[in-house]
Structures are given as structure tokens and as C-alpha cells.
Design a protein. Structure first.
Length: 439
């Protein structure tokens, strides 16, 4: 079967550009009401019945039957065996990727993730104490696709942050365990691992069961049920983010081979039909060349149907008046992945304010960031890069303020606090400060 991709062809010079642009960007994050209702039922059931409910849902949704939760837990020996069963080239790729991800997050931690204090002129000590979370849960998608890279990107910064225990959950529909995922869990040093998924896995991590330990935070992507469950348990536990469909935006000045850019657009479109791939360029002839490469390369793709639907439904090739205007539009979109496909990417990078990750230059394909460059590939989507950041070491740490007021300091601060407390009508606050004043 032949599939055709028809991304929208837009021009900023057109009078109706804003209307067409808004229509192409629109994506509703609202979940289907039936999913929300079902997720609430699953969460409540797991919270009430624990392991028994998890076993039932795992049998119902993943068609995996186990007599007890012990039958769904992956042992360290099984993870190691999966690693040793891989071809040498895959073992090496996992280890090199893990090392690069660890190295980047260790550098990140040194930039400001440490306990520090100082004393002011009256001897009062002020500062911050950084402590890691005790236990985190990592959700790794299973089923149609396996994502060992997602496991590495979630587990390595947690390790670097000093998290004491990392609990992995991964669905294994019909009992099919992906050896690359299990091997990645071995390389990443996962503490415990369970073959459970969906809303029931999120509930087990958030509330704890007789077997699955309650965690402090849940990270990792999943389907609509997983996203909905994470939203509902937020507050009981922390979460990383509610992720929308994957996105890529390419700013191109026409200097990069057109087939490279076409394939970069494919790299996100192949995720699912709602993924968004956008090209911005001031060179109309170059946009034509990229479209020709899309048409030529699409039939060679195993996931051609998904790519075609994604590009036709949400893709866009946008002709801009200049690269400066392309940067302005990129800031309005605030994409998850932003490629500056230019001979001089550092000329344009200062103009770009909002993006999950910025990939500089023709040789920096987004896919390298997905797997092994080092920075995290868990990124804000759906325009949330305007106010949020990639997953990092800081997501697995928390800050406690440190305050040690000296006797001299209490004389100055106490008088200030007393005035402000009385102004708010809080007499006990004022009295507590006043008691420490020297007569």
C-alpha cells in the first residue's frame, strides 16, 4: 500500500496565515471522559485492594496471569541475563549511552545542585540544604514499542541526584519481555522492577501495595491512561510532567541536505499520528526540495502509514520572510525539539527563547539527543517549554532552607518581624520574635 504525506504548505506573507497557523498548531490535551472515569475507578480499586487489584488488571489488560505479585517482579539476575544475551554491539551502545547521560547530569549537578551556606555581617547563617528523594518510580512504555532510552534518561539523573531506590514498572503484553529494556534496567542500576503497566501501575507506585513500594515521585511517559493517572495522583506523589504528542521544529536556511531534514521530520512523525513536524525556512525552493525528499523517502519507511497521517494531519512546511521571522514563530510554538539547521547556528540561537532542547547545526540530528548525546530527552511539549524545563538532576532532589539566627541577628530581625506580624494581626508571631530581644 502506498501512503502520501501532505503537510500544510503555509506562507507568512499570506493574509490568512495566522488562521491557518493556529489551526495547524491546535491540539487538545483534554482526555476522553470515558478514560478519565475508568482511570479514577482503577486508582481507587488499587488503593483499596492493592496487589489483588494490580494482578486482576494486569491479566485483563496485558493478558499476563500470575498467582502473586512475585510472578510479576523482575529479579536483578533476570535483568543481568537479558543484558548478557544481547549482541555485543547493543551492550556497548547501552553502556556508552548510559555513561554519556551520567556524565552530563553529573556536570549539571555541579552547576548548582549542592548544599551551600553563608553568614551575614551579624553572624546569621543562611543557605540551602539539598537532599535526594528517597524512592522514585519510573514508568517505561511497553507494548507496540520498547524504549530502553527512556529508562536510561529517567534512571541516570535519579542516580546522580542520589536517590536511594529506583522502582521500574513496564507492561509486558502477553508476557513479551523486551530484552533491551531489561538490559537497560541492569545497566541503569534499577533497584526493583515489575511487569505491570497502565493506570494500575501508576496507582501501585503512588499508593503502595503489599509488594510494590510507595514512591515519592513518578517519572516517565505513557499512553492516555498513564497520563491521566499521573495527573490524578499528583499531590500524593510528585510527577515529572503531563506529556503531549512529540514535536520537532526545524529552522533551515537551505544549507543542509534536503533529505536530512526530511528524515528529521520523519523522526518525530513516526512516533504517532498526533506527533507534529514543522519546517520553517525563508527559502521557498528549499522547501520544495524537502517536500520532494518526503515523497521519495516515505515509501522506504516501515512506519510510513503513521508518518503520512502525522504529516498530513499536523505537519507544516512554512515559508517565512526571513530567518529572524522564523525564530519569532519558533518562540510562539515553543517546540519540544528545535533544530537550527544552518551553517551558522550560533547566529540564530540567541534569538530563540522557548524550546525543550535546541540542536545546533546540520550534523546534530534530534535522534542523537534521544539516545546518547547526554542531555535529557524527557522534554516539555505542547508549548509548555515557555515555562518548564527538561527532566534533570533537580527533579530528583529537593531543597530545604537553612536559617541559623545569631543573638545579634535576632535583635535586628526580631524588631522587623514584630512590626510586620502586628500589622497582620498575628500576635503570637510578634511575641515569639519579641521574646528573643535583649531588654
Amino acid at each position: 500500500m502506498t501512503f502520501t504525506a501532505t503537510p500544510a504548505r503555509l506562507s507568512t506573507a499570506s493574509s490568512d496565515f495566522e488562521q491557518q497557523f493556529a489551526a495547524r498548531l491546535h491540539w487538545s490535551a483534554e482526555q476522553d471522559a470515558a478514560i478519565e472515569h475508568r482511570v479514577r475507578d482503577i486508582l481507587a480499586d488499587v488503593r483499596s485492594r492493592g496487589d489483588a487489584a494490580v494482578l486482576e488488571y494486569t491479566e485483563r489488560f496485558d493478558h499476563v496471569t500470575a498467582a502473586s505479585m512475585g510472578g510479576l517482579e523482575l529479579t536483578p539476575q533476570e535483568l543481568k541475563a537479558a543484558f548478557e544475551s544481547l549482541p555485543a554491539v547493543q551492550r556497548e551502545a547501552l553502556e556508552v549511552a548510559a555513561a554519556r547521560i551520567r556524565r552530563y547530569h553529573e556536570w549539571q549537578k555541579r552547576q548548582g545542585g549542592e548544599t551551600a551556606t553563608y553568614r551575614d555581617e551579624d553572624g546569621t547563617l543562611l543557605g540551602q540544604k539539598i537532599t535526594p528523594l528517597d524512592r522514585v518510580g519510573i514508568y517505561v512504555p511497553g507494548g507496540k514499542a520498547a524504549y530502553p532510552s527512556s529508562l536510561l534518561m529517567n534512571a541516570m539523573p535519579a542516580h546522580v541526584a542520589g536517590v536511594g531506590e529506583i522502582v521500574m514498572v513496564v507492561p509486558t503484553p502477553r508476557g513479551e519481555k523486551n530484552p533491551l529494556v531489561l538490559a537497560a534496567a541492569h545497566v541503569a542500576g534499577v533497584s526493583r522492577a515489575f511487569t505491570i503497566g497502565g493506570a494500575q501501575a501508576i496507582a501501585a507506585l503512588a499508593y503502595g501495595t503489599a509488594t510494590v513500594p510507595k514512591v515519592d515521585k513518578i517519572t516517565g511517559p505513557g499512553n492516555a491512561y498513564v497520563a491521566s493517572a499521573k495527573k490524578h495522583v499528583f499531590g500524593t506523589v510528585g510527577i515529572d510532567m503531563i506529556a503531549g504528542p512529540s514535536e520537532i521544529l526545524v529552522l533551515a536556511d537551505g544549507s543542509t541536505p534536503a533529505d536530512w531534514v526530511a528524515m528529521d521530520l520523519f523522526s518525530q512523525a513516526e512516533h504517532d499520528e498526533l506527533a507534529q513536524s514543522i519546517l520553517l525556512s525563508p527559502d521557498a525552493a528549499y522547501i520544495d526540495a524537502v517536500k520532494r525528499e518526503i515523497d521519495r523517502l516515505l515509501p522506504t519507511m516501515p512506519r510510513a502509514e503513521i508518518i503520512a497521517k502525522s504529516l498530513s494531519g499536523r505537519g507544516a512546511l512554512i515559508h517565512t520572510r526571513s530567518m529572524e521571522e522564523a525564530c519569532e514563530i519558533s518562540n510562539r510554538i515553543a517546540p519540544e525539539h528545535l533544530e537550527i539547521s544552518s551553517n551558522d547556528p550560533h547566529r540564530w540561537e540567541p534569538l530563540l527563547k522557548h524550546a525543550g532542547a535546541i540542536f545546533l547545526g546540520a550534523y546534530t540530528s534530534e535522534s542523537l539527543g534521544d539516545y546518547c548525546a547526554g542531555p535529557n530527552h524527557v522534554l516539555p511539549t505542547s508549548g509548555t517549554a515557555r515555562f518548564s524545563s527538561p527532566l534533570s538532576v533537580y527533579d530528583f532532589q529537593k531543597r530545604s532552607s537553612l536559617i541559623e539566627v545569631s543573638q545579634a541577628g535576632a535583635q535586628t530581625l526580631g524588631r522587623i518581624a514584630r512590626v510586620l506580624a502586628l500589622g497582620e494581626g498575628l500576635q503570637a508571631h510578634a511575641a515569639a520574635a519579641e521574646m528573643r530581644l535583649s531588654s
